[in-house]
Design a protein around this ligand. Structure first.
Ligand code: MG
Length: 155
């Protein structure tokens, strides 16, 4: 068994769609980034790459590369899983936490799990998603961004 950790944060801005866990969420702001800025999916990719000893998302999918401009991060996740499979690894489970003051994310967990599981070709029950606010504290509490953490176990 091997474990890996992933963390990501993106700035919330007007004029961008909000996509978390591959799911478009209705909100007046979205996350800024080179890809679709899906903070949860990025944290998952980094946790998986970390567990496999394969570096990080920035190395495999650099934001200086035009082919990743506005790309769905689910595509990056599928590619990440392909890299793991290539090394003979299998995903055991993922546990992720979103840090967001708003919008309310709880109602969206099942659909996020389904989309992520499809991208990874694993069981949705092996992906746990949860969220917390930061009680109004710091940049996340002020609604300037959304962050995500993930721990992955592989074998
Ligand atoms: Mg990111």
């Amino acid at each position: 068994m091997r474990i890996g950790i992933g963390y990501d944060i993106h700035r919330l801005v007007k004029g961008r769609p909000l996509i978390i866990g591959g799911l478009p969420i209705t909100y007046d702001k979205g996350l800024l980034g080179h890809s679709d800025a899906d903070v949860l999916t990025h944290a998952i990719c980094d946790a998986l790459l970390g567990a496999a000893g394969l570096g990080d998302i920035g190395t495999h999918f650099p934001d200086s590369d035009p082919q990743y401009k506005d790309i769905s991060s689910l595509t990056l996740l599928t590619e990440t899983c392909r890299l793991l499979t290539e090394k003979g690894f299998r995903i055991v489970n993922l546990d992720a936490t979103l840090l967001a003051e708003a919008p309310r994310l709880t109602p969206h967990y099942p659909e996020m799990q389904t989309r992520l599981a499809n991208a990874m070709n694993i069981d949705a029950a092996d992906i746990n998603i949860k969220a917390t606010t930061t009680e109004g504290l710091g940049v996340i509490g002020k609604g300037e961004g959304i962050a995500a953490m993930c721990i992955a176990m592989i074998d």
